[in-house]
Design a protein around this ligand. Structure first.
Ligand SMILES: C[S@@+](CC[C@H](N)C(=O)[O-])C[C@H]1O[C@@H](n2cnc3c(N)ncnc32)[C@H](O)[C@@H]1O
Length: 297
């Protein structure tokens, strides 16, 4: 038994679902490519139960990425569920900033013992995409998150790309796994690396802004991934910067890359300067500064 494809598309549209989301769901369920789906006249009746379930979820405002358990970042597919933030294009600025940073920066000179730590890793998109490009420059990759459920998703993606021997997943609050007393820390005495690259896309949305967000984000994405603090939204980064200052006593050179909100540049740089640190910054395609590189050396 078959159903006309156009009939199914009309059904989705009647439920208020966009043509793009209908196509994403139909591709996922049928396994057809974009062009195969375009050419198909009919869809097997056997898929209709799944289509109905997906349409119901979409019509309730659930993001399509959660419905199909998949999101794209920098041209690659990553598994996602409701315990992680859906990867945003904004985060490409962070990844590209690390990759584009001046070759004069010590960690890009291929010195041995450089480690990379991604804090608030969520689905693991940052360490995975950096790993593909920086394997030869980095001796160890770590992905940290305070959410165990998020780390389970990161682990799925790390395994999906066969990187389980390269990226170590750690549960913890910011840099806590590296700050424990020497005997108990991941950085033991003579194992302290010369250089550390730390990346972080942490929750930076102020409480007031969070309450005014798109309902599909507000209702479905994890609050732990988005919500900053009642004040500026930069508070978690302040805590991280203080932890880096502590870690600096044990590492020669730390370079921290953070993604910030579109309106946080002044707040961020005032704080960074107050700590006597130097910084650089990177803009998105709208010419807004979204990433700050902070140098601890
Ligand atoms: C904005 S999401 C970013 C996820 C992912 N890095 C990305 O760019 O798509 C922030 C992540 O930080 C994690 N997080 C929140 N507070 C944290 C903390 N104190 N220490 C470590 N991770 C934290 C959340 O669980 C969430 O996965």
């Amino acid at each position: 038994m078959w159903r006309m494809k156009e009939e199914i598309i009309a059904w989705g549209k009647d439920l208020g679902i966009s043509t793009k989301d209908i196509e994403i769901v139909l591709r996922k369920i049928t396994g057809l490519s974009t062009s195969q789906l375009f050419l198909a006249q009919e869809i097997s009746e056997g898929y209709i139960g799944e289509v109905r379930e997906s349409f119901t979820r979409l019509s309730r405002g659930e993001p399509v990425q959660y419905v199909v358990s998949s999101a794209e970042f920098m041209g690659k597919e990553f598994f996602v569920d409701e315990s992680v933030l859906i990867p945003r294009d904004d985060t490409e600025v962070l990844v590209k900033a690390v990759l584009q940073t001046s070759p004069s920066t010590p960690f890009l000179q291929g010195e041995e013992g450089t480690i990379l730590i991604d804090i608030g890793t969520g689905s693991g998109i940052i360490p995975i995409t950096l790993m593909w490009n920086m394997e030869s420059q980095i001796s160890n990759f770590y992905a940290i998150d305070v959410s165990r459920e998020a780390l389970e998703v990161a682990t799925v993606n790390i395994k999906k790309y066969g990187l389980q021997d390269k990226i170590q997943v750690l549960e913890g609050d910011l840099l806590a796994p590296f700050l424990r007393p020497y005997s108990n820390s991941l950085l033991h005495g003579d194992e302290i690396p010369a250089n550390m690259v730390i990346t972080a896309n942490l929750p930076y949305i102020k409480q007031d802004d969070f309450e005014n967000m798109d309902t599909s984000v507000y209702t479905h994405e994890p609050k732990l991934a988005l919500y900053g603090w009642p004040g500026t939204g930069f508070e978690l980064y302040e805590k991280l910067i203080l932890q880096c200052l502590q870690l600096q006593k044990r590492s020669k050179c730390i370079t921290l890359f953070i993604e910030i909100g579109f309106d946080q540049f002044d707040i961020a740089t005032a704080y960074i300067k107050s700590q006597g640190l130097t910084f650089d910054y990177f803009r998105d395609t709208h010419n807004i500064v979204r990433v700050i590189q902070i140098n601890f050396s």
